[in-house]
Design a protein around this ligand. Structure first.
Ligand code: GLV
Ligand code: MN
Ligand code: MN
Length: 395
């Protein structure tokens, strides 16, 4: 039988790897010591649950049931500052469902913790490579914000890496996740059945001016990279208004100013430009506005522009039959307290949809906070999500 206490104990145990900050914060970015230690611990829990643990060369960790099986899971890496549930919930709930299933001779259930969902190297990298959306060689050439190539970072997987895991052995994929927004919490509901996951575009942009003395360089003569970024960002906010809906979002989340000193006119700024929307045509219109605004600002301030590769994922619809199973489970576990909803966050399910039917369910995030140490969910809601997942797996 599904054991909520065993599941919650595992969830708290996983949080110990990289525990940081206030509340239940976690720092466990892909390929860090904490990430790999967490994966080794998960592999041992998978083996105890009667599954065969298998790492692939990216560091994706599978717990394999024999023969064709339903795949459940998510990711166990975190943002540079993250919470204890983003990804971890889906992996640990999958482990509990698989453990019960193997122990009781139930339907075959495998488990996965994908690597680098949080995008140290872009966008859901581990599941993207595994599902054939990105060649390993192209992934290896991606660099993080410190310039470390993925090909170098993933060496820490070392001889854990076994044979590739064939997606064809899985009949479908179901991912339980926290909502990471405030919809369910505000409505006092317990379960969200995801209908679609939005699409995303993400690229690194570098503006280059002239590094110079902050006391002697007249304002009119400056080619200040920071001023370029500020002008770009504020003009972009104005210009995008004409093409977006209230659901469209865009973020400059990472900025590296060079040389970042009080008495130097900054010569260079490198920043991330990310935008998301459920409509692929709108993503393209947003891209055009971004390009145009960037070119105009660069020309006005006499700055050079360099653009990194445009990474992205398309909007994806969930499988209707798997959704129906989740809806039936939601009505059983939380009658009248569930809804269908869109996911504004990215998930590995988007990539896995290339290979098999996929579905997702959400539980509430208290105050809608996530990608922050304060991220949390009532334990009763975590357990409700676990029960709906188990129902979808045929338990
Ligand atoms: C995934 O964590 C995302 O950025 O939506
Ligand atoms: Mn996540
Ligand atoms: Mn996340």
């Amino acid at each position: 039988m599904i054991d909520p206490n065993r599941f919650l104990d595992d969830l708290h145990a996983l949080r110990r790897f990289g525990a940081a900050g206030v509340g239940k914060g976690v720092v466990r970015p892909a390929y860090s010591e904490a990430d790999m230690a967490a994966r080794d611990w998960l592999a041992s829990r998978m083996a105890e649950a009667g599954l065969t643990p298998r790492f692939d060369a990216m560091g994706n960790l599978f717990g394999l049931a024999e023969g064709p099986s339903l795949l459940l899971g998510s990711h166990s890496d975190s943002q540079p500052q993250g919470g204890w549930l983003d990804g971890a919930l889906g992996v640990v709930a999958a482990l509990e469902v698989a453990r019960v299933s193997t122990g009781s001779g139930g339907p075959a259930v495998s488990v996965v913790s994908f690597q680098d969902e949080e995008g140290r190297y872009g966008v859901t990298t581990g599941s993207n490579v595994w599902s054939g959306g990105l060649f390993q060689a192209d992934a290896d050439a991606l660099t993080d914000h410190d310039g470390v190539p993925l090909g170098q970072a993933r060496q820490v997987v070392g001889d854990r890496a076994g044979a590739p895991v064939d997606p064809a052995q899985f009949t479908g994929f179901v991912e339980l996740h926290i909502e990471q927004g405030a919809t369910l919490d505000t409505a006092g509901e317990q379960i969200g059945v995801v209908t679609d996951i939005v699409g995303i575009r993400d690229r690194v942009i570098t503006l280059t001016g002239q590094q110079n003395h902050a006391g002697t360089t007249a304002m009119a003569l400056r080619r200040d990279a920071f001023q370029g970024l500020v002008a770009f960002s504020s003009r972009l906010n104005e210009r995008l208004r004409n093409v977006v809906t209230p659901q469209s979002v865009w973020t400059i989340g990472h900025v590296a100013l060079s040389p970042n000193a009080s008495s130097i006119v900054p010569g260079q700024v490198r920043f991330s430009m990310q935008w998301r929307d459920a409509d692929v045509a709108r993503l393209a219109r947003m891209e055009a506005v971004i390009e145009e605004t960037l070119s105009k600002v660069a020309a006005e301030l006499d700055l050079g522009v360099e653009k990194g590769p445009l990474l992205g994922l398309e909007p994806v619809a969930m499988d209707v039959d798997l959704c129906a199973q989740l809806e039936a489970g939601a009505e059983m576990v939380a009658p009248g307290k569930w809804r269908q909803m869109l996911s504004g966050a990215l998930h590995d399910a988007t990539n896995v949809a290339r290979c098999m039917p996929v579905a997702m369910l959400f539980v509430p995030s208290i105050g809608g906070i996530s990608h922050a140490f304060e991220e949390n969910t009532d334990e009763a809601d975590l357990v409700a999500g676990l029960h709906v997942l188990a129902h979808a797996a045929g338990l």
